[in-house]
Design a protein around this ligand. Structure first.
Ligand code: IVH
Length: 670
């Protein structure tokens, strides 16, 4: 039976259409059509291929899944060995690498380098023949890897068919397969809900997924890839790394835009520093920067050792995990009475800073990880986040180490510590507990609340211990004499503190005052929503839970906490007194949502505040901040030294704001 030409045409048309959308979505991260429309095209193609199975091909977009499980992975010998990289841990070692390169090249001249993120995944090689993906393998021992073709076919950012012009007859492409953090988190959540053991990190998850004997399983795992090198290629390829990456990109392969070419090693070192700052914000994990000699003819001259090329270096980031020992476990009492167990550690350098404490969160976490005094533990630090204990190294546990239990009495005031039903946290029941009082006053004075300059924890501590201050409102009855009695204060600074207190009258907005009360679950965003809805303190005090949940953005848990806090007679009168003293400015409701639905990407250095603060400001107005630029991005805010994100914004025609324009948009200019 002959197949009508119209059908053949439709199938060909659908395939190239779907491929184009795959490319836009998975490689360029900028889809043009809604998912539903894509699904429609895809289903139509599946339908036609079911009716005309003789028209199925290996490079059809439908052919990614469905290969049967195999018994084992066959060996694949790499035509050109897949070498590993020499490592550097310090700037000095990186500079030595540069000197070595110059020595091997017999040249004093500065070398052109390309520096790229070192992805924390698995090295793979893809072979394309006639533009079709025919063989995919792991790095293995560098000489021989494993045939994981069927698994790699399921990775959407790997094209089954190359794009563009002048596709070589045969090309070996090399790169890294990894899992994005968000996908990793989702995968682990799903595993835990099925009571399967979670993966330790995205790298292990990617490795475990790629080495599945059943490609059907791999297909359910969200893998991604970046490509950065070639093995053997028939025909001409560019003669520099920078151009090679552009060439690979033109073939439809995903390449990392976070690369930088520079003359001399200094530029590469500077890029290392920048990537180190961006590290925690990237959607995937990187563990350093790979610095490569740009020109291939120079690479040829430099040559390789048995294991490493002499022209490339992995300049590693400081590790974000280290082992150390637990000296003690203590509890910390927060402003809401929450009792948090904290491990006091033998100080250790992690990710460039010294860590001597790590939060253990709550009793459940202590039990789950079974952390005991004397244990050797793995600690982890990411960005500004409080260091955490990842796990205990059980085989190093000293004899007699006992399980830890949160004490039944508050270490600060001696009151009972209880665990409220349905809550993970233990709390000190005494609302007059000095620890709570200090934390509360400190919070009240903090930047996001009343912003009282000079009222740090040391001062607060002395004021509370001296019996001068129990409630935030007591701050406003302090006299010059009382302040001068504190160890920390000379005449001038005492005067400044009283002035700072005075200056908060009539100048702070009501949401900041509500936030300053430290009601559980009431952050500045919630406070703004509430004070936008209830313009006076009396209105808020009179509101029941029902009225609160009727407000967009306020859920039952928040309403319950606000109500519970404000039903307490002491808290009610304190709220009224503070309102009286401070006469806060009203906040208008809509101000909170003028950026609703807008997506921002921040890049470069802003002068007015840190990126994290800019993020809060955007979120406070209902906007969203993401890490990478796509066609869905509404604004890119570019500070000084903005890099590839700015380039990408221009490529995609996304609106770019400089700092002044951004300040105007959020109403903070002038
Ligand atoms: S280039 C001969 N570039 O790191 C040099 N490798 O320790 C070939 N890796 O096996 C490697 N990101 O799996 C290169 N941007 C990058 C990389 C990268 C991660 C991995 C790769 C390699 C290992 C070497």
């Amino acid at each position: 039976m002959s197949i009508p030409d119209t059908i053949k045409h439709e199938i060909a048309g659908l395939r190239s259409e779907i491929e184009r959308h795959n490319y836009l979505y998975y490689v360029l991260d900028s889809p043009e059509i809604p998912d539903a429309e894509y699904d429609r095209l895809f289903r139509r193609l599946v339908e036609l291929e079911e009716v005309y199975p003789e028209l199925r091909t290996l490079d059809s977009p439908t052919a990614r899944v469905g290969a049967p499980p195999s018994e084992e992975f066959g060996p694949v010998r790499h035509t050109v060995p897949m070498l590993s990289l020499q490592n550097a841990m310090t700037e000095g070692e990186a500079a030595e690498f540069d000197s070595r390169v110059k020595r091997f090249l017999g040249s004093e001249e500065e070398i052109d380098y390309v520096a790229e993120p070192k992805l924390d995944g698995l090295g793979v090689e893809l072979v394309y023949e006639g533009g079709i993906f025919v063989l995919g393998s792991t790095r293995g021992d560098g000489t021989t890897g494993e045939d994981v073709t069927a698994n790699l076919r399921t990775v959407r950012s790997i094209p089954l068919k190359l794009r563009g012009e002048n596709i070589p007859d045969r090309i070996e492409v090399r790169g890294e397969i990894f899992m994005n953090r968000a996908d990793f988190d989702r995968l682990n959540q799903a595993r835990e809900s099925r009571e399967e053991p979670p993966f330790a990190n995205p790298r292990n998850a990617a490795a475990g997924s790629l080495r599945q004997l059943d490609p059907g399983v791999t297909a359910t795992r969200p893998l991604d890839g970046f490509f950065y090198a070639v093995g053997e290629v028939s025909g001409q390829v560019p003669d520099r790394q920078g151009e090679l990456l552009e060439y690979l990109s033109r073939l439809g392969l995903k390449v990392n835009s976070l690369r930088r070419r520079s003359r001399g090693i200094d530029g590469a070192l500077a890029w290392y520093g920048e990537l180190l700052l961006m590290r925690d914000e990237l959607p995937y994990e990187i563990d350093g920067v790979v610095i490569k000699v740009d020109r291939f003819d120079l690479r040829e001259i430099a040559g390789t050792t048995a294991r490493n090329p002499r022209w490339a270096l992995a300049y590693k980031f400081p590790p974000q995990q280290e082992t150390t020992s637990v000296r003690d476990i203590v509890v910390q009492v927060g402003r809401t009475g929450k009792v948090t167990p904290v491990a006091l550690l033998e100080p250790v350098r992690v990710g460039g800073v010294t860590v001597s404490r790590a939060t253990l969160h709550n009793q459940d976490e202590v039990d789950r990880k079974d952390v005991r005094v004397g244990d050797t533990v793995l600690v982890q630090r990411a960005g500004d986040v409080i260091p955490e204990v990842v796990r205990v190294l059980r085989d190093r546990r000293p004899e007699g180490a006992a399980p830890y239990r949160i004490p039944g009495f508050c270490p600060v005031c001696g009151s009972q510590v209880v665990r409220v039903d349905g809550e993970a946290a233990h709390r000190c029941v005494n609302i007059a507990c000095p620890a709570q009082v200090k934390e509360r006053i400190h919070h009240f004075a903090s930047r996001g609340a009343m912003d009282i300059e000079g009222l740090g924890m040391k001062t607060v501590s002395q004021l509370v211990d001296g019996g001068k201050v129990k409630l935030p409102s007591d701050l406003y009855t302090l006299t010059m004499e009382e302040v001068l009695q504190l160890d920390l204060y000379a005449e001038k600074s005492a005067e400044n503190l009283l002035k700072a207190l005075e200056s908060t009258r009539g100048t702070r907005t009501a949401d900041r005052l509500l936030f300053g009360l430290a009601i559980p679950l009431v952050g500045i965003v919630v406070a703004r929503i509430l004070m936008g809805a209830f313009s006076t303190v009396e209105d808020l005090l009179n509101a029941n839970e029902e009225r609160m949940v009727a407000i967009a953005g306020i859920g039952p848990e928040i309403a319950y906490q606000v109500r519970a806090f404000l039903s307490e007679p002491g808290n009610r009168s304190e709220a009224r007194i503070l309102w009286e003293i401070l006469s806060p400015l009203t906040v208008s409701g809509p101000e909170t949502t003028d950026l609703a639905g807008k997506t921002f990407v921040l890049t470069g250095t802003l002068e007015s505040f840190a990126r994290s603060e800019a993020k809060v400001r955007i979120e406070n107005r209902g906007g969203k901040v993401t890490g990478s630029v796509s066609s869905k991005t509404d604004y890119v805010v570019a500070g000084a030294d903005a890099g590839s994100k700015l380039d990408r914004a221009r490529e995609l025609g996304v609106q770019v704001l400089n700092e002044t324009e951004f300040l105007a948009l959020i109403g903070e200019s002038g």
